[in-house]
Design a protein around this ligand. Sequence first.
Ligand code: HEC
Ligand code: HEC
Length: 229
Amino acid sequence: MIRPAVRRHLALLLAATALAGAATAHAADSPDEAMRAARARWAASKHGPMLERLIPPYLEPSGLPEPRSAGARLTARYCVQCHNLASPAMHHAEKWPAIVQRMLPRMEGRGNMGGLMHDLMAGVSAPTVEETATLVAYLQKHAQKKVDPADLPEAGRTRAWESYTQACAQCHALPDPRRHTRAAWPAVVARMERNMQWMNRVVGSRHEPREPQYRADEIVAYLQRHARR
Ligand code: HEC
Ligand code: HEC
């Protein structure tokens, strides 16, 4: 998991140094080119591994929902310049505008390090106001549906509910168990475990004794009990 404090620290660090390779990259016209430029940036900086690990690597542009739509094309073009492609389903609709707003100054060379950022980010291109609106609308259309933990079945009564609500709301809002069928959930949870490993390596995986145990079996069983019929 990436805690807010760690995230802030990361952002500063990244703004200062990690994007040094950007100056050699060219504005990306295609997703492939953008991805190549991002890889060059990661390779050129000792903080590259951190950028690379912000978002897991499993999503290709062709795997985006409605891959031919304007929103998908803009996402694939602008959102792989620094890290892997983020899935629209990662966050719920209300959250996306603020996230995109946080990315914009970085793309415009006005990151938290001001002038320094400007030089470092010379090769990165930013969407226009219109493109940004299309991009945000697209992310929102295909966003995660969040639920209030208190409204879920078994709320406050079972350890399974507690495991689920704690383990699965660390990186995004808690998903609705009805998002997937009984048959589909095990694979989704298995992918989330890979996500956890991938994203954890950004901050190392120091064991926190006060953190609750992660109980995959219990979580899968809970999701299956309350899955979409
Ligand atoms: C110029 C570099 C850059 C570009 C381009 C960029 N990002 Fe990011 N992104 C970052 C950095 C640095 C972080 C880590 C700090 C943070 O979370 O703000 C990050 C983190 C993230 C995260 C993980 C944090 C979270 O809140 O879940 C998401 C999701 C994300 N970006 C989405 C996007 C999207 C969508 C786009 C395209 C509109 C985009 N990024 C374009 C630099 C960039
Ligand atoms: C380490 C961060 C992290 C944690 C913890 C996490 N997820 Fe995710 N989740 C992601 C990322 C990244 C995505 C977008 C990429 C993807 O779908 O793999 C995502 C997307 C999703 C989606 C939308 C995509 C889909 O296939 O429907 C669901 C549902 C989801 N997660 C469920 C869960 C569940 C259940 C848990 C708890 C077992 C969990 N997540 C824990 C990072 C995380």
